[in-house]
Design a protein around this ligand. Structure first.
Ligand code: GLY
Length: 400
């Protein structure tokens, strides 16, 4: 169970930074100042792409138009909804609403739906549309997505298979740390319908991930195989990290934020302890500007950064800080690191030259071993930067 497991995970003492504390008022001002520029950048992408989506990651700093068949399409609608909340400009809401039928079409026609990423896809395109505007059709589409996602749950292994056909021997029983962020769709579906089957599967998966994907030193495997016949653990390995024994930075960030989200839905404090342990491992391996290298094992090298992982971790750290009592010794530190990340991203990573980079956040890494999206802008980096920005700037109700 998680309780035994978290007791076995080390929580490193936090290494204190020499950096001066972030001036919160000044940071809010910097973020306010960035908004007109961010809006104009998104306006141009919206105009250029029309009813298409930005590709997963830029190529040579340019967005290529994509169909609704990638794991990342909803990071675009998520940005539009966030920008509507930030600016109040109805054109962003209208643009986001236009995409809802595209997400319905994708489900009905089963276009690249053999993936746990239905969570990302429908939380940020339909759950948020329902939450923000009461769009009942969007709610139905998201519930349908949750039903399809449930088909990927293997009760023997207690996990949701990440990728591919359920009979594919290469993928059977494989869970990945990223899935923590897909679980909210299932928890939400239980809340909406009263049918606990979704939440039970999500909790089971989160517990298996806590038990097997998290290593005793609080680093994480990217992926882990379970035996679907016996339910026994098999082995962990990487897909996008530096090596099977290293710690892929974005995976750790998905873990930090995702375990916190499981806490928010289940109230199980073991997930807070786990988030804390993963966060200490992450924070202790940050370089001076607080933006992680693409793999945490490459700390203290000149390896490229993954700004998207930093943005994801900042959102998770802000949630962690919110969940802790004011008396908690490390709470202020979590918030401070999150703010340092947001400040650093805004000052040093936000693209200011469109001819160099058409996205918002430069210097992320999609898939280093495949040489894909290396040191580029990516759609989820832009989304999580905007999410972190809105979290720092105003009161915000989560889409997750
Ligand atoms: N979920 C896939 C990735 O983070 O690249």
């Amino acid at each position: 169970m998680i309780a035994n497991k978290t007791a076995n995970v080390v929580t490193e003492p936090l290494r204190m930074s020499d950096a001066a504390p972030v001036d919160r008022q000044a940071l809010k001002k910097e973020l306010d100042n960035a908004i007109p520029y961010i809006s104009s950048r998104i306006d141009r992408t919206l105009y250029a792409l029309g009813d298409k989506f930005p590709n997963e990651a830029c190529e040579g700093g340019k967005w290529q138009p994509a169909e609704n068949n990638q794991w990342t399409n909803s990071f675009w609608t998520g940005q539009l909804w966030l920008l509507w909340e930030i600016t109040g400009d109805s054109k962003y809401r209208q643009a986001a609403e236009r995409f809802i039928t595209s997400f319905a079409h994708r489900l009905v026609n089963r276009i690249e739906t053999d993936t746990h990423d239905l969570g990302f896809l429908y939380s940020l395109s339909c759950v948020n549309a329902w939450q923000l505007t009461g769009n009942a059709a969007a709610r139905d589409i998201a519930l349908h997505a949750a039903e399809i996602m449930m088909q990927r749950y293997n009760p023997t292994a207690g996990i949701i298979q990440a990728w591919g056909d359920l009979t594919d021997p290469e993928q059977q029983g494989r869970m990945i740390i990223d899935c923590n962020m897909n679980l909210p769709l299932l928890y939400w579906a239980s809340e909406q319908t009263g049918n606990l089957v979704f939440a039970d599967a999500a909790l089971s998966h989160a517990m298996q991930a806590a038990k097997y994907i998290v290593r005793p030193d609080a680093s994480t495997y990217h992926t882990y195989y379970m035996d679907v016949v016996t339910g026994e653990p098999r082995f962990g390995n990487t897909h996008q990290g530096h090596s099977d024994s290293s710690c892929w930075a974005r995976g750790q960030a998905w873990g930090i934020y995702g375990f916190m989200l499981s806490y928010l839905y289940t109230g199980k404090s073991e997930f807070v302890s786990l988030t804390r342990s993963l966060s200490h491992y992450f924070i202790n391996r940050l370089p001076e500007d607080a933006i992680c290298h693409w793999d945490l094992a490459l700390n203290n090298t000149d390896a490229v950064r993954d700004s998207s992982a930093a943005a994801i971790a900042a959102c998770g750290l802000l949630e962690l800080a919110k969940a802790l009592p004011a008396t908690d010794a490390d709470r202020m530190q979590y918030e401070e690191v999150a703010l340092r990340i947001v400040q650093s991203l805004t000052k040093r990573y936000l693209s200011t030259d469109e001819s160099e980079c058409e996205g918002l956040l430069m210097h992320s890494v999609y898939h280093m071993p495949a040489g894909k999206g290396v040191d580029e802008c990516c759609s989820w980096g832009d989304y999580f930067y905007l999410e972190a920005l809105i979290r720092v700037r105003q009161c915000w109700t989560s889409y997750w």
